[in-house]
Design a protein around this ligand. Structure first.
Ligand code: ADP
Length: 491
């Protein structure tokens, strides 16, 4: 069965969702289809008043709907129905998403949508497994710590995996009783409304999951709003820092930040199956055309393996087919916007001026029906002082480094700023275990680059890649705060 579809036949909706109603307030902002550069449905932009309305509605629902006080199994039942409804509407959501995003339709149908509903079901099952602590005390005095929801969670998501990020940042807080106001990326605004409306259809009280559309200024209003008690953000490191500063200055509210990366793919000398390693490496930097925070953008290889590995990676990269997200056979999706592609051009030009050599690609795919597509690009000789090392391209671009001594390889792998993830390729378990300890990263993958289709492993970075975890038990706990209760019932 082919997933191909005609983008002009898909009905799109663009509205804020407040208290279960579609709201069209605000100036409009143009949205472009990355696959062909054509204009899609513009979105309304939530100003401070609309953001306030959404947050107040969420706060009201949090206080009055009984969601937080309900039997956790009743919350779980709603979430499970929600997952079923998302499944039933999978194609409609995936198509709306494919139009504005860089996600190919086949990947959406077989991966993103599956992982999204999987995450909803995962968190639903956590609803009744939240536990506190009871402390030892003298007779007549009992102290305990009780997990509680925060109230309104402000969630801000990037453009690269809109459905997945939107679900991660709503299913987890909702499962434990919070309300959510989500601001999706202005570049990929269509799918979240559909997903949130299905939550209401599943029985979520209106107002508990509101959506505000708009760009950075809308996100900033959300962070600042005094009734937003917790902020969760995924996006660039620069924006994350701004959000953290704003959260600090407006209520000292806690933030979870999943930011940029410069993930190393470190190959050890002992690897036997170069084809398999090359396949992983290529997927590691080419998936979603490199628009992945964990993209494996730095390849670190024993010098003698450099040539044979690069040969194999190049063959795979050249086999990627650029083209619109709505044609299922395409495997090199567009860069999200012309602006983003121009940013990549500028970074690449600067990196070359700094002395980097282009081994593959190095520019846009010529003449692609109005979209901005980028060639798989491999660089060598990128100096540490260059923007090609210090910054994220967020495109299908990888730099390669040869090493002689393994110590040198490890030193190259650890980046001074970013520490989101690190990938290690080895057939020697002993080496793997000792290197895992020495790689500074929130996640280390051994022979398994990329997020795996499971929900239990926490995701998140160290250092400039942010802090706090999503998914797993810790991904749930990030939406709970702990209240200490001291109970004196002695005489
Ligand atoms: P990217 O989408 O490239 O990861 P950003 O980190 O800038 O880039 O954007 C991620 C999300 O953060 C988007 O939804 C964007 O609108 C939002 N955003 C941008 N600037 C701010 C800000 N100052 N405060 C809150 N949200 C912001």
């Amino acid at each position: 069965m082919s997933y191909d579809f005609n983008p002009d036949s898909v009905e799109l909706f663009a509205a804020h969702l407040i208290g279960g109603e579609r709201v069209h307030a605000g100036e409009t902002l143009k949205v472009f289809r990355p696959s062909d550069g054509l204009e899609a449905l513009p979105i309304p932009v939530a100003d401070a008043a609309t953001v306030s309305r959404a947050v107040e509605s969420a706060d009201h629902a949090f206080r009055t709907s009984g969601w937080a006080d309900a039997n956790p199994l009743d919350r779980a039942a709603v979430l499970l129905r929600w997952a079923d409804l998302i499944d039933a509407n999978r194609e409609r959501i995936a198509r709306a998403e494919a139009i504005a995003s860089s996600r190919p339709i086949a990947d959406l149908m077989e991966r993103d949508m599956v992982r999204a509903t999987g995450a909803v079901r995962y968190f639903a099952q956590w609803a009744d497994k939240v536990e506190g602590q009871l402390f030892a005390g003298k007779a007549g005095l009992s102290s305990y710590a009780k997990p509680e929801p925060y109230g309104v969670v402000g969630a801000i998501t990037p453009f690269n995996f809109p459905v997945i990020h939107g679900i991660w940042k709503s299913a987890a807080p909702l499962a434990v009783g919070n309300a959510v106001v989500l601001k999706p990326s202005e570049l990929t605004p269509y799918s979240s409304l559909l997903v949130a409306e299905l939550a209401i259809e599943a029985g979520l009280p209106k107002g508990l999951f509101n959506i505000v559309l708009g760009a950075g200024a809308t996100g900033a209003e959300l962070v600042r709003h005094p009734l937003v008690r917790k902020v969760t953000f995924t996006g660039s490191s620069a924006t994350g820092a701004r959000i953290m500063a704003a959260a600090a200055e407006n209520g000292t509210k806690p933030v979870t930040l999943e930011l940029g990366g410069k993930t190393p793919q470190l190959v050890l000398r002992d690897v036997r199956n170069l084809d398999r390693v090359a396949g992983n490496i290529a997927a590691g930097f080419l998936a979603n055309s490199g628009q992945v925070c964990t993209a494996g953008t730095r390849l670190i290889v024993p010098r003698e393996l450099l040539e044979p590995l690069l040969e194999k990676v190049t063959v795979i990269a050249n086999g990627r087919k650029a083209g619109p997200t709505w044609i299922a056979g395409n495997t090199l999706p567009p860069i999200i916007s012309e602006k983003q592609a121009a940013r990549i051009d500028a970074m690449l030009a600067e990196t070359r001026r700094d002395g980097a050599e282009v081994l593959l690609g190095g520019g846009r795919v010529p003449e692609m029906n109005g979209g901005a597509y980028y060639q798989p690009t491999i660089l060598s000789g990128v100096p540490d002082s260059s923007v090609g090392y210090t910054g994220e391209f967020f495109g299908p671009i990888m730099s390669v480094y040869g090493y002689d001594d393994e110590e040198e390889g490890i030193a190259l792998a650890n980046h001074p700023t970013y520490a989101l993830a690190a990938s290690l390729y080895t057939d020697n378990l002993q080496r793997a275990m000792s290197l895992v300890d020495r790689l500074e990263a929130g996640t280390v993958w051994v022979n398994a680059h990329g997020r795996q289709p499971d929900y239990a492993t926490p995701q998140g970075g160290f250092n400039g890649s942010g802090f706090g975890k999503e998914m797993g038990r810790s991904g749930l706990e990030t939406f709970l705060r702990s209240k200490t209760v001291v109970l004196n019932y002695g005489e």
